[in-house]
Design a binder for this molecule. Structure first.
Ligand SMILES: *[C@@H]1O[C@H](CO)[C@@H](O)[C@H](O)[C@H]1NC(C)=O
Ligand SMILES: *[C@@H]1O[C@H](CO)[C@@H](O)[C@H](O)[C@H]1NC(C)=O
Ligand SMILES: *[C@@H]1O[C@H](CO)[C@@H](O)[C@H](O)[C@H]1NC(C)=O
Length: 352
């Protein structure tokens, strides 16, 4: 069965698109591992799925699938946030100069809105939940946090033998490579019902096991609580009222953060990666822009090289972003839907 679906994946162009969904599905799968049973049962009810066969991965990229539909056109701008004055790799600015577009109509505002929607228990929770699961994934993709050249979509590069763009390298190709290169020992189930219960025979099962085993149970185990926490928002009284109004008008600090969910604080931590590694300094010129319509005058930059994809792998960077997103998604949904007396029923991650 597994062999057949892998073959289908190799030959069917329709399924190749599904790679783009892999990142979102992995985030949802990691979140599911950390979800309280009471949370999960409420989520499944909202999604109209029977609890026994209910998973979040299949709906994690719903928000991308509906992008072409006219009735959802309003949501297209909610997948990213574009800070003004931001131009990686030279300048990374995240909100100091405000934001592009209408106030609050961006990825940060959308996470606030959909979270509130679920907390308030309004009609349309099904849609709000599918959006929230997707948007928390997008928040952890550094190129969804910059507007330069459409988040790198207009920047042509090479990745191995493909001609592609910088955005797609991060959306798809680095994850696809990591999935392909997951060490063989992760094809075996881990001694954990919690982990294995969230897996459902996907091409990325081994990769999720590796992220959990080496990352969440390994190098990051002491960081997880901090990932899931929101900093206490700055007190308005720290600013004079004139300053507060001015900063509001410029869109900073956004009124998106509180102790339940803090998209601004979380994204502000991730955004500098654009200047540190995501946007190579060599791509500072316009030669690579697809939007200009001209043939590149310089050979395209090859990103599947030790200095780039090699370093990203060595630093476990993609894995860390996926894991952080999963942990935060679980934390927010457990806070909203988990029952207090359920907190202890999550059980150990590794079975005795
Ligand atoms: C807030 O989320 C709800 C539920 O998905 C949606 O119907 C509404 O249009 C959103 N509002 C904004 C301003 O994005
Ligand atoms: C898989 O192999 C790696 C490298 O040898 C090792 O560090 C890791 O602990 C192994 N994972 C499991 C689940 O045994
Ligand atoms: C772009 O980067 C290259 C290589 O790092 C450097 O030689 C060149 O001067 C830079 N160009 C601009 C316009 O900053």
């Amino acid at each position: 069965m597994r062999v057949l679906s892998l073959l289908a994946l190799a030959v069917s162009p329709a399924r190749v698109l599904a790679w783009g969904a892999a990142g979102h599905e992995i985030v949802a799968t990691i979140a599911e591992i950390y979800m309280l049973p009471s949370t999960m049962s409420t989520l499944c009810a909202i999604l109209n799925m029977p609890y026994e066969t209910c998973h979040l991965a299949p709906i994690a990229s719903w928000a991308d699938r509906i992008k072409g539909l006219p009735i959802y056109r309003w949501a297209n701008v909610l997948h990213y946030v574009n800070p003004l004055g931001d131009h990686p790799s030279e300048t990374c600015s995240f909100g100091e100069h405000g934001w592009v577009g209408r106030e609050g109509i961006n990825l940060l505002g959308a996470i606030r809105n959909t979270t509130d929607w679920l907390v308030d228990g309004k009609d349309g929770a099904n849609e709000a939940l599918k959006f929230l699961i997707h948007f928390i994934g997008d928040l952890h993709m550094p190129l969804h946090l910059t507007g330069r050249d459409k988040g790198g979509t207009d920047v042509k590069v090479h990745f191995a033998r493909r001609t592609t763009n910088l955005h797609s390298v991060w959306d798809n190709l680095l994850i696809a490579k990591a999935i392909r290169e997951t060490p063989r020992n992760y094809t075996r189930p881990l001694p954990s019902r919690r982990v294995e219960g969230a897996l459902k025979g996907s091409i990325y099962d081994s990769y999720v096991r590796q992220i959990v085993w080496e990352g969440l149970l390994g190098v990051w185990q002491d960081e997880i609580v901090e990932w899931a926490t929101c900093p206490i928002p700055a007190q308005p009284s720290l600013y004079s009222s004139a300053q507060t109004v001015l900063r509001r008008l410029r869109g900073f600090p956004p009124d998106t953060d509180d102790l339940l969910v803090c998209p601004y604080a979380w994204a502000a931590d991730i955004h500098p990666l654009n200047c540190e590694i995501v946007w190579p300094a060599q791509l500072n010129m316009t030669d690579y822009l697809v939007a200009e319509g001209n043939e590149p005058t310089t050979p395209l930059l090859q990103l599947d090289e030790p200095w780039y994809s090699g370093r990203i792998k060595q630093e476990f960077l993609i894995e860390r972003l996926l894991a952080t997103a999963g942990i935060r998604l679980a934390a927010v949904l457990n806070d909203i839907f988990g029952e207090d007396d359920d907190v202890t029923s999550l059980g150990p991650l590794v079975d005795a």
